[in-house]
Design a protein around this ligand. Structure first.
Ligand code: GAR
Length: 185
């Protein structure tokens, strides 16, 4: 049973799906949730699932304190589920090919710094693209550029608002993310 940590900055609906999934899978267990936002709703979700959580700031992430905390907890696999800070080299070196991110679009489109959450869906809407989707990829030292493990697409209708696109993309995330994590454990 592999020990999983999730890092998240916001609502944590993906984190919740993952905690639910691994509450029932013998392959892995979510042992820790970390957030860089003290008021992130993901912390409430962690409580609900009785998963220990902690918060940290950017300099604690960059100095290696977060890496140490994960190592002390025996973490073997790290999942970024709506985590908005850049992952520093010390964390990447400690978990080589063991950090997985989900991005709410079909990379390499709509990736890079500043492209997260609703900003991505607004960009898709204003481009007039007829599809969007999800990209699940390993994390390296460049934003959104690690090896792509899985993608799934969804049709975008001309009448879809950015919120509609977000909802369609979330459905794909909930459907696939936990299974892709499990396949890599
Ligand atoms: C998700 O859609 C995830 O793909 C996205 O943030 C959302 C978090 O939602 N991640 C990024 O944009 C990373 N660049 P959640 O907090 O409800 O899981």
């Amino acid at each position: 049973m592999k020990k999983i940590a999730i890092l998240a900055s916001g609502s944590g609906s993906n984190a919740e799906e993952i905690m639910k999934h691994f509450g029932q899978s013998p392959k892995g267990k979510v042992v820790l949730i970390g957030s860089n936002k003290k008021d992130a709703f993901v912390l409430e979700r962690a409580k609900k699932f009785k998963v220990p959580s902690f918060t940290f700031n950017k300099s604690e992430l960059e100095s290696g304190e977060v890496t140490q905390k994960l190592q002390e907890a025996g973490v073997e696999f790290v999942v970024l589920a709506g985590f908005l800070l850049k992952i520093p080299d010390n964390l990447i070196r400690a978990f080589p090919n063991k950090i997985l991110n989900i991005h709410p679009a079909l990379l390499p489109k709509y990736g890079g710094k500043g492209m997260y959450g609703m900003k991505v869906h607004e960009a898709v809407k204003s481009s007039g693209d007829t599809e969007s989707g999800i990209t699940i990829h390993l994390v390296n030292e460049h934003y959104d550029e690690g090896k792509i493990i899985f993608q799934a697409a969804v049709q975008v209708e001309p009448s879809d608002s950015p919120e509609d696109i977000a909802q369609k993309v979330h459905q794909l995330e909930y459907k696939y993310f936990s299974n892709v994590i499990e396949s890599l454990l």
